[in-house]
Design a protein around this ligand. Structure first.
Ligand SMILES: Cc1cc2nc3c(=O)[nH]c(=O)nc-3n(C[C@H](O)[C@H](O)[C@H](O)COP(=O)(O)OP(=O)(O)OC[C@H]3O[C@@H](n4cnc5c(N)ncnc54)[C@H](O)[C@@H]3O)c2cc1C
Length: 398
């Protein structure tokens, strides 16, 4: 495998850099780099810029307004955009439900929903997990009963990321209780403004309102909002998960976080000398950097296989486990680097326009919040234990 970019790939990277130099708003980039709060409006503003460039939907067919980047182009975008401080794309519309609609939806659903995802008119959230159905998703209980030309939905979803901003939710619902669990699930698109839906915040360890509980009480959903066939939702749900897991390794983000860690450790002093010169601490940084380099090469290896027509299988599970462990290790080192300043946490310091005094310095302010928030990385998108089960079965043959 040739690890060097081709002339075309280098030209693409230059094009990406030129675009980001010109179009990425400075305030948004500063918020991302400083790990400050991003508003819904910030995400929407950036999305509009990407859509105008034609770079928002990077794996949709062109006929629906997408651009079909190769895996290596996506990799280049990931590295460059993380380096520049581009906000992470909110995946639920563009990367999750859209591929399902394109693959399994009818023409009317494509015409209705895809343009609204591109324009940012719809903000989607994901209604898969329930209090008793996470890793064992097929045991979900939210019930949809057909009555004439509607389904009546009752039940509860949980951990619904950014559901407080969403006007649409895609849900797995149980339409048949007489068959084995996987065979009685359907995939419904639900307008969050329908009477009977309520959203309650879950406040996470870092004080953030990122996830929610969503309750459904006699919610009337038109049958035309069903994707594909009734009771076939498990097939569509699994198809969507392959998109969800792609990119969870977060190599680009870890590279940006590692660079931030090194800056931090160069500024902090231990016994009068920069922390980065401390033998024990620099060894820890070196270890995580070696792991990250290995993960980057594994990622390129998988990309190379996909470019050659292969499908990422258990390798993406391996990469998800390694990638998230690396990210959490970097967060841990950054938190250690600021020592006692990691303990007091002033949430207002994460506001971009905060004008008060910083307890430590402004680079230290978000580190504890990030450390706690990123505990989620090894849980969502299929927990790391579940990914290890996949690796042990499919790669080790256990
Ligand atoms: C921050 C955050 C955001 C999320 N956003 C969304 C969202 O937007 N929409 C959505 O639908 N869901 C979302 N989720 C839910 C997420 O997908 C689930 O948390 C995840 O699937 C794990 O399910 P669970 O929390 O019910 O844990 P459980 O499945 O109850 O697992 C508990 C523990 O047991 C382990 N375990 C379970 N089964 C096995 C097994 N067979 N072998 C070995 N170990 C096992 C797990 O690894 C875990 O450590 C989010 C979760 C988090 C934390």
């Amino acid at each position: 495998m040739n690890m060097n970019y081709t002339a075309e790939e280098l030209a693409f990277r230059d094009e990406v850099r030129a675009f980001l130099d010109e179009k990425l708003p400075a305030d948004i980039s500063a918020k991302v780099k400083g790990a400050r709060h991003l508003s819904k409006e910030d995400h929407q503003r950036w999305q509009k810029i990407l859509t105008a460039q034609g770079w928002y939907a990077t794996h949709w067919p062109e006929q629906y307004g997408g651009v079909e980047w190769s895996p290596i182009q996506k990799h280049i975008w990931d590295e460059e955009s993380c380096h520049y401080g581009v906000p992470r794309s909110i995946p639920f519309g563009v990367n999750m439900v859209a591929p399902v609609i394109i693959q399994f939806g009818n023409e009317e659903q494509k015409q209705t929903y895809l343009p609204r995802i591109l324009s940012g008119e719809d903000w989607w959230c994901q209604g898969y997990s329930e209090p008793g159905a996470g890793s064992d998703l097929a045991s979900l209980k939210t019930r949809a009963v057909r009555e004439g030309d509607h389904y009546i939905v009752n039940g509860q979803k949980t951990w619904t990321t950014l559901g407080q901003h969403a006007n649409m939710i895609f849900c797995l619902v149980r339409t048949n209780t007489e068959v084995k669990p996987q065979a009685g699930i359907s995939f419904l698109l639900i307008d969050m403004n329908t009477p009977g839906i309520s959203v309650r915040p879950i406040i996470t360890l870092d004080g953030e309102h990122e996830v929610n509980e969503v309750f459904f009480e006699d919610v009337k959903v038109p049958v035309e909002n069903l994707i594909g066939e009734e009771d076939k939702g498990w097939t569509y749900a699994k198809f969507l998960l392959t998109y969800e897991r792609t990119g969870l390794a977060g190599i680009g983000m870890s590279k940006a976080a590692l660079s931030h860690l090194k800056t931090l450790a160069s500024r902090r002093l231990k016994n009068g000398r920069p922390l980065i010169e401390d033998t024990a601490f620099s060894q820890r940084i070196a270890k995580v950097e070696i792991d990250l380099t290995a993960a980057t090469i594994s990622n390129l290896r998988i990309i190379d296989a996909v470019e050659g027509g292969g499908m990422p299988g258990a390798e993406s599970s391996m990469l998800k486990v390694k990638g998230t462990e690396i990210r959490q290790a970097i967060n841990d080192l950054a938190r250690r680097a600021i020592g006692p300043y990691a303990i007091p946490f002033v949430e207002e310091e994460l506001d971009y326009d905060y004008e008060g005094e910083f307890l430590s310095d402004e680079n230290a302010a978000p580190l504890s919040a990030q450390y706690f928030n990123n505990r989620k990385l090894s849980i969502f998108g299929g927990s790391n234990e579940i990914q290890k089960n996949i690796v042990s079965k499919m790669i080790l043959g256990l």
